[in-house]
Ligand binder design. Structure first.
Ligand SMILES: Cc1cc2nc3c(=O)[nH]c(=O)nc-3n(C[C@H](O)[C@H](O)[C@H](O)COP(=O)(O)OP(=O)(O)OC[C@H]3O[C@@H](n4cnc5c(N)ncnc54)[C@H](O)[C@@H]3O)c2cc1C
Ligand code: SF4
Ligand code: SF4
Ligand code: SF4
Length: 414
């Protein structure tokens, strides 16, 4: 990390997504991250070694309005492999895409957790390493040198499947454009995204629980499959057991901060990619409102929404459909594009954020800051838990037939 007096930003510090593409392209290695007092890290240039080549400015997706692709077909889909489906955030289509492209000899880019509880990109040769990429990591993911690595493989005529958040897919495409590398052997998937939390807050939360429980976490889940990924259960495991497990509604402060949009990186609240114009050949999302426009015979649990955004996306997804490894059904596109907030506008700043940041800036730590900022949310959750409202809602959701459930949702949405 650099000192402030020798550092200057590549783009506006409130816009920087820490996508890392400027770091990948800088010929002098003089860009690194600086952490703001909000916990958000941003890219800064060490003026002493900069040679003013401007490559970082050319490649930065935040210095431009990045064009996107209009989705033209929408599918509900899931893997026929139950292990893949139930261990994935939605229908396991990401893993099926990894398998499909691995069979074609492509390299596979995705995000896994490190022993330090940070999320990082890597490029894999083998489908066997896919369990690590599977399921959502609700934290900022560090791109490392992934753009450089993808570029190198494409130049060497090796295909790459890249699955990442829209800001990361946009960064990769800009890198390849500036480096004049062909996109022919690249397949991109962007994931609908409502924001990511600075890794510092996850680290503090895990440390806090470890101290309380006198255990050391070696594995973290944000949507623990043992409790169904749809329950959004945060859990920590040591070598033998799960020693901490809590649903959002059971007042896990990390999950509350995430799902209520209190703790995101500063730039996520003005994300230019929270729009119907997409960055990937296809887009993946949780299909929460499947059946809201037209009858469907299944529930929304572990169902992926697949939006097709390019001809390449259309032709390769139809090849995947013909493998008989996935269920797929065409759905009215409105079912996703009109119901999914992140296809229409970025997460709005909730009123709790100001309180949260005030505490963070006063160095009171993540746990205290969240307990102070989200006090009301936690009281409401406690009341719901005592009166079993959440339990009743969950049982109803499991027992009611899908058409009745979708009908109720439709009425509630009005
Ligand atoms: C941070 C985040 C926010 C999301 N927000 C929404 C939302 O608002 N609405 C919605 O409908 N869906 C959202 N999703 C997408 C959704 O939860 C599923 O990821 C998506 O439906 C694909 O599910 P799957 O079952 O096909 O595959 P999964 O196996 O669940 O997805 C795994 C893929 O996601 C990638 N991934 C996981 N965490 C990260 C990360 N931190 N950074 C970059 N890539 C990551 C992995 O590398 C892998 O390629 C979000 C996902 C993430 C990671
Ligand atoms: S102008 Fe060139 S040398 Fe300077 S930071 Fe940007 S990429 Fe690096
Ligand atoms: S390229 Fe990415 S990391 Fe660099 S300044 Fe722009 S947004 Fe930030
Ligand atoms: S909200 Fe936007 S900027 Fe933030 S992580 Fe998601 S895609 Fe990137």
């Amino acid at each position: 990390m650099m000192k402030h007096d020798t550092a200057m930003g590549v783009c506006d510090a409130d816009k920087c997504s820490a996508c890392g593409v400027c770091i990948n392209i800088c010929p002098k290695g003089c860009i690194s991250y600086l952490k703001k007092e909000t916990g958000t890290k941003v890219a800064v240039i060490n003026k002493n070694s900069c040679v003013n080549c401007h490559l970082c400015k050319k490649v930065c997706p935040q210095l431009d309005t990045v064009e996107g692709l209009e989705s033209f077909v929408c599918y509900a889909a899931w893997s026929f492999d139950d292990t893949i489906r139930t261990n994935s955030a939605s229908g396991g289509i990401a893993t099926e895409l990894y398998r499909f492209f691995s069979d074609k000899g492509y390299k596979l880019a995705g995000v896994s957790m490190t022993p330090m509880h940070t999320a990082e990109f890597s490029l894999s040769d083998s489908f066997e390493s896919m369990p690590a990429y599977r399921n959502s990591k609700y934290v900022y993911s560090d791109a490392g040198n992934i753009y450089y690595e993808v570029g190198k493989n494409l130049v060497n005529q090796r295909g790459v499947l890249f699955i990442g958040l829209p800001c990361q897919v946009a960064a990769l495409k800009k890198y390849l454009f500036v480096k004049k590398i062909s996109l022919e052997l690249l397949f991109t998937v962007d994931i609908v995204c409502h924001g990511t939390t600075p890794e510092q807050f996850l680290g503090e939360h895990i440390e806090h629980i470890e101290k309380k429980k006198k255990k050391k976490a070696i594995h973290v889940e944000f949507r623990d499959p043992e409790e169904k990924t749809s329950s959004f259960t945060f859990s920590l495991k040591d070598a033998e057991h799960t020693f901490y497990k809590r649903r959002v509604k059971a007042n896990d402060v990390y999950q509350i901060g995430y799902h209520a949009g209190i703790t995101y990186r500063d730039n996520c609240y003005s994300c230019q990619f929270a729009t119907r114009k997409r960055q990937g050949d296809i887009t993946l999302a949780d299909f929460s409102y499947v059946g809201s426009y037209e009858f469907c015979s299944y529930s929304n649990e572990n169902v992926s929404c697949v939006l097709i955004n390019s001809k390449k996306g259309e032709s390769l997804f139809s090849e995947l459909c013909s493998t008989d490894r996935i269920f797929y059904e065409k759905r009215p596109i409105e079912e996703e594009v009109t119901t999914e907030k992140q296809l229409n506008y970025p997460t709005r700043v909730p009123r709790e954020r100001e309180k949260f940041l005030k505490e963070i800036k006063s160095n009171n730590g993540f746990e205290k800051a969240m307990k102070y900022a989200a006090r009301k949310i936690m009281i409401v959750n406690t009341v719901k838990n005592i009166t079993h409202i959440e339990k009743i809602k969950q049982i109803m959701s499991e027992k009611l037939p899908p058409n009745v459930k979708n009908g109720i949702k439709k009425v509630l949405k009005r």
